[in-house]
Design a protein around this ligand. Structure first.
Ligand code: FAD
Length: 501
């Protein structure tokens, strides 16, 4: 073990990853460590990354944020899930909502009862039994109400959509109020210790030198420390996740403020639509092997709901992950560590997870090899879980209209994912592995929504009479519809609670 005492923490980069890390460490380390964050005004942040998943609520709770204030400051909107358009086949539409479907069961899932009826043509789509989904269809929103027992309104689960640059600014204020020192400047050199190859300092182009014990690389795709200085290899996943470019453009808001992100598949990728209070964020993610940037831009610009508010911007990326998220005295967090791709909004979550694991394995009097190994094992799992769920969206398609979809439909997927698909196709069974991020309900909605159909349903469903199943399903459907009906619209809810001034 290296007995070097940890006292000075240097965060490199002031995008979402840098400021989330600074805020969380400032709150957790209670002023006992010196935290510096270096960022360069000459190097822009990625500027996208505006949709989240519900786990961000844990992060906000750690920071002690007031939700309304956070929404006001970031022009935020609420997100109940994602609407997927054109994925299984052109013309298809389904919601992947965050909440419960039907009722939580301890033995046989609600889905199995519904599946029996659905396969017999006796039940409407699955969306009808999930309050998050029905509320999305009607642009309704409210927060979960734990004071109404046995009601689906207990089970509403939400995340956020926000302006990425305002989010970084919001967290910067939070961090600076808690003694994080921001240093503006461009890093031109990284110095390593001869003895063990650990990073000793970063040097700015005006000659200033910033020394530290623990370095956190949040420098984005550049990977200034983890790659540039420590040459940590990158595992490429582009054979499973072939999109490598995004064209992004904001546009003016449309009349209905939708409480969800939309992901519309095109012929070589897909387009995101993220509604905020003051604008809509849009982007076309595609594979440059299958489509030119000009064509992708034209498709994006022809599919906006309002007037474009800026020139379209191109972002290139390579899906994959560092083989070691933590190497020597450097922890990579955010895009410097890896990128799956924006579908299912997992990146900000992976930043949050890395921060949580870093806090759990925080070094004391030095760097323990076992702690670093465990951190890296956990981060590998986190990325692989998210990766496999995203790959599913490309694999589970019947589209044959383009070379891109033919490739995706026919590609071999990781064995663990194939096993999940095989299980589902047999009797509609889905299992959540360990601490895996996505739940059964997440997997079922995407598999079913993209036309995967099990051969049969769970055999024990037949122990319940059809009349009883029908009564049960009808009751859930009616209660869900009534709850959604009684909810305010998303726009009304925001106007009443957290509209930006
Ligand atoms: P960046 O934002 O790139 O920040 C890098 C920082 O490093 C900057 O402050 C820069 O100034 C600094 N820096 C770099 N080099 C130097 C240097 N030499 N000296 C000093 N400073 C330096 N995630 C989601 O969760 N949801 C989404 O909907 C989503 N959509 C996305 C869409 C696209 C097309 C892409 C590419 C990503 C998306 N992501 C999304 C991911 C998300 O954008 C990132 O995870 C998040 O913004 C974190 O980025 P970052 O902080 O790692 O890097």
């Amino acid at each position: 073990m290296d007995q070097h005492k940890i006292k000075n923490i240097v965060i490199v980069g002031g995008g979402t990853a840098g400021w989330m890390t600074a805020a969380a460490l400032a709150k957790t380390l209670k002023g006992q460590y010196n935290i510096k964050l270096v960022e360069s005004d000459q190097i822009a942040t990625i500027g996208v990354g505006e949709a989240t998943i519900p786990m961000i609520n844990l992060f906000n709770r750690l920071l002690g944020l007031d939700e309304d204030e956070f929404m006001r400051q970031t022009q935020g909107t609420f997100k109940l899930g994602i609407e997927f358009v054109n994925w299984g086949q052109i013309g298809d539409r389904y919601y992947h909502g965050f909440g419960v479907i039907g009722q939580e069961a301890w033995s046989i899932d609600f889905y199995q009862y519904w599946l029996k009826q659905y396969l017999a043509g006796k039940a409407p789509p699955l969306d009808h039994y999930a309050l998050n989904n029905v509320a999305s269809m009607h642009n309704k929103f409210m927060r979960a109400r734990s004071d109404i027992p046995n009601s689906p309104v207990n089970t509403i689960v939400h995340a956020y959509q926000f302006d990425a640059s305002l989010y970084a600014k919001f967290l910067r204020n939070y961090s600076e109020q808690r003694d994080v020192q921001r240093i503006e400047g461009k890093i031109s050199d990284v110095q390593l210790r001869d003895a063990d190859g650990h990073i000793s300092a970063v040097v700015l182009d005006d000659g200033r030198k910033i020394e530290g014990d623990l370095f956190i690389d949040c420098s984005g795709f550049r990977g200034l420390l983890i790659d540039g200085a420590l040459h940590t290899p990158y595992e490429d996943w582009s054979h499973w996740l072939p999109c490598d470019t995004a064209i992004a453009v904001p546009c003016a808001s449309a009349p209905e403020l939708t409480p969800y992100t939309r992901a519309t598949a095109h012929s070589a990728g897909w387009q995101w639509r993220i509604p905020l209070q003051h604008r809509i964020g849009n982007g076309h993610v595609f594979s440059s092997k299958f489509m030119s940037a000009d064509e992708a831009t034209a498709i994006l610009m022809n599919n906006l709901d309002g007037e474009a508010l800026a020139e379209p911007r191109t972002v290139r990326f390579r899906t994959g992950k560092r083989t070691k998220a933590w190497n020597k005295n450097c922890v990579s967090i955010g895009l410097s560590c890896g990128f799956i791709e924006p579908l299912e909004s997992t990146s900000i979550h992976l930043i949050q997870t890395a921060i949580a694991h870093l806090i759990t394995h925080f070094p004391s009097a030095g760097f323990e090899a076992a702690d670093i190994r465990e951190f890296n094992r956990l981060m590998d799992d986190e990325y692989i879980w998210a990766r496999d769920f995203v790959i599913l969206h490309y694999k589970a398609t019947e589209r044959t209209d383009s070379r891109f979809w033919n490739y995706c439909r026919q590609m071999e997927v990781p064995a663990r994912l194939q096993h999940k698909i095989d299980l589902f196709l047999t009797n509609g069974r889905v299992f959540r592995e360990g601490m895996e991020l996505f739940t059964k309900n997440n997997w079922i909605q995407v598999m079913h929504g993209q036309r995967m159909r099990p051969k049969s349903y769970h055999p024990l469903v037949d122990l319940t009479s059809e009349e009883e199943i029908k009564g049960f399903l009808d009751e859930v459907e009616t209660v869900v519809a009534n709850c959604a009906n009684a909810m305010p619209t998303h726009a009304e809810f925001i106007a009443a609670t957290c509209a930006a001034k």
